[in-house]
Design a protein around this ligand. Structure first.
Ligand code: ASP
Length: 601
């Protein structure tokens, strides 16, 4: 039988036992991290969410038959103790514990609850398999690191919320049972009992609601929004995640950016003690692609891309010549003083890696310490042309260049990936550095090969740049959007845009995206209509709280920063979700499953 508190009140957390309390009495509650009986004295490490303190059951103080307990203590028993704080003997000091110079001598104790041997160790360094940890997530969460992360998560949300309120925003909740919003992922659907054959969709984001709140004159909206996206299990995605979602009326991009970067700076200052100078730098999408081959570049290291197309015509190497002739480019990166770091085999592996980004191949060129050239293609080049290339790349002795010739965006994207991989392999990425900046002026639309049509780069509500309006009908791929992403150390933290606030332009946009007039009105008629009743110019942003936490805690996975995450295959092993439901429930929902599909997960 478990015991009750019987009026005992905690007056100190384990980690709060400090030198100032020496000689004072404390009442502590917690779990047994470990218990050791050392000849008449039982040393127990008592753990609560604040940390660990040693409590001492001494047979000189307590009844030697029972130690005030009447049974042996085992790991994860839940204890209540009253005792007095004392300094440890010099030789017993344990510097690995924050409270390691002190201990609490037990005067009274009781076992509030017992525990069976836990299936996982409550220790940050324990390395159980992830499925086991997830099955027993409530025990996994007892580990100090996860306890700290969850506390940090709350602090971060608190800092963000205070910032938003101080900037004059109002916090809202928008429906979870809603209709599909086009954020580019698959919807989770909820079949309706009352409307046979119809489904709600869980929101991929509150995008349309927040825009309607601007129509409603709410002026500044924010929400910690749970978003649901049924994406194929890619590394580090969660089917549900939390975004700080915001929307503002009467704004230009810089107004939204000021609010968002203020929130980030506040989080970094309050939570990490790191000062982020504001305003944040801005980089156009075009520059990001041309210099870094990525729309979310990691700028903690250089090794920027150099376009050497000008050297290609007549260079003698047909791969380069043809690429430029066909309207493509030749570009490369130079790893300084790294020629000796890549064996032929490693260069080949890197080339294969580049090919996974749809380029035909990768060429390379290194200048050895003795001035000789090694290269996959230099033999085709005249001395003059070789010099022209090494000059263009500013190649010095000891450097190695990796070059790609292909269609521009394809070549740049592959080089961006090669750049990242080379930087990781050479250890060029400076840790503890936070490079936070804006990427702006994304293309409005992207061509989708699979569906043979244009799709929105951000979402269909994004406003084109006024300067590019005239290109909408003639040169769609070159229309830039009033959109912006926030990037931290090569990771996209969030995105936003100024929205279309005119019904006719919104309708035109749906048309450019391939919707017929009828389709557009059937799916988004409520929005097109709403825009007719006096909609203010507006714009907003959303950033992932989980991803931010991951960066702040230097975690490897979103699963490390969410209390109850899903596994990569979107299941929860603890609750066994998703699960079968009874035939009666399905019948009420007017659903039948094919027997073949209904295999247990
Ligand atoms: N709804 C967008 C998203 O979830 C963000 C925004 O445009 O405000 O990415």
């Amino acid at each position: 039988m478990a015991e009750f508190l019987d009026g005992w009140k905690r007056d100190c957390m384990c980690a709060e036992v400090d030198a100032e309390r020496v000689g004072k009495d404390v009442t502590l509650f917690g779990w047994v991290q470990r218990a050791r009986n050392m000849g008449g004295i039982i040393f127990v490490w008592l753990r609560d969410r604040s940390g660990i303190v040693q409590v001492v059951f001494d047979s000189n103080v307590l009844d030697p038959d029972t130690y005030a307990l009447g049974e042996s203590l085992r790991n994860e028993f839940v204890l209540a103790i009253k005792g007095s704080v004392r300094l440890r003997n010099e030789k017993d000091i344990n510097e690995s514990l924050a409270t390691g110079r002190l201990e609490v001598v037990v005067q009274e104790a009781k076992i509030l609850n017992r525990a069976e041997t836990p299936p996982i160790y409550i220790d940050d360094d324990a390395n159980e398999s992830e499925p086991l940890r997830m099955k027993y997530r409530y025990l996994d969460l007892r580990k100090p690191k996860l306890q700290r992360t969850m506390a940090l998560r709350s602090q971060v949300m608190n800092a963000v919320r205070s910032h938003m309120i101080s900037e004059g925003f109002t916090e809202f909740e928008t429906p979870i049972l809603t209709r599909s919003t086009p954020e580019g992922a698959r919807d989770f659907l909820v079949p309706s009992r009352l409307h046979p054959g119809n489904c709600y969709a869980l929101p991929q984001s509150p995008q349309i609601y927040k825009q309607l709140l601007m129509v409603a004159g709410m002026d500044r909206y924010f929400q910690f929004a749970r978003c649901f996206r049924d994406e194929d299990s890619r590394a580090d995605r969660q089917p549900e995640f939390t975004q700080l979602d915001l929307e503002m009326s009467f704004v230009e991009p810089a107004d939204v950016q000021t609010v968002v970067e203020g929130a980030f700076a506040r989080v970094f200052r309050d939570v990490m003690g790191v000062d982020i100078p504001l305003p944040l730098p801005r980089m156009t999408w075009k520059d990001a692609m041309e210099k870094y081959g990525s729309d979310k570049p990691d700028t903690r290291y250089d090794m920027t891309i150099q376009d050497v197309s000008a050297f290609a015509p007549g260079c003698g190497f047909s791969v380069f010549e043809n690429s430029v002739q066909d309207g493509g480019i030749v570009a490369g990166i130079v790893a300084r003083q790294a020629a000796g770091r890549f064996s032929r085999k490693e260069i080949d592996t890197l080339g294969e890696f580049a090919k996974t980004y749809h380029v035909k191949g990768m060429a390379w060129l290194s200048l050895q310490e003795d001035g000789t050239v090694r290269s996959s293609f230099a033999k085709f080049l005249s001395d003059d042309k070789l010099r022209e290339l090494t000059d263009a790349l500013e190649l010095e002795r000891g450097d190695i260049a990796f070059l790609i010739a292909d269609r521009k965006l394809v070549a740049l994207t592959a080089l961006g990936q090669v750049r990242g991989r080379v930087a990781r392999e050479l250890g060029l990425i400076e840790q503890g550095k936070y490079n936070l900046f804006w990427v702006v002026e994304f293309p409005l639309m992207e061509w989708n090969e699979e569906n043979q049509r244009y799709v929105s780069a951000h979402h269909p509500f994004t406003m084109p740049m006024e300067e590019d309006f005239h290109l909408l009908d003639t040169d769609l791929p070159n229309v830039r959007a009033k959109s912006y992403d926030l990037v931290l150390n090569g990771v996209e933290m969030g995105s936003g845009s100024i929205r279309i606030h005119a019904s006719d332009l919104q309708e035109k946009m749906f048309g450019l995206l391939g919707f017929t007039h009828e389709e557009a009105w059937r799916r988004f008629g409520f929005l097109l209509e709403a825009f007719k009743y006096g909609t203010p110019p507006h714009g907003g942003f959303a950033f992932g709280i989980d991803r931010l936490l991951m960066m702040l805690t230097d975690s490897d996975s979103l699963r490390d920063v969410i209390a109850f995450p899903k596994m990569q295959n979107a299941s929860c092993l603890m609750m066994n979700t998703p699960d079968e439901v009874s035939p009666d429930q399905l019948k009420l929902l007017h659903i039948t499953f094919d027997a073949d599909d209904a295999a247990a997960p």
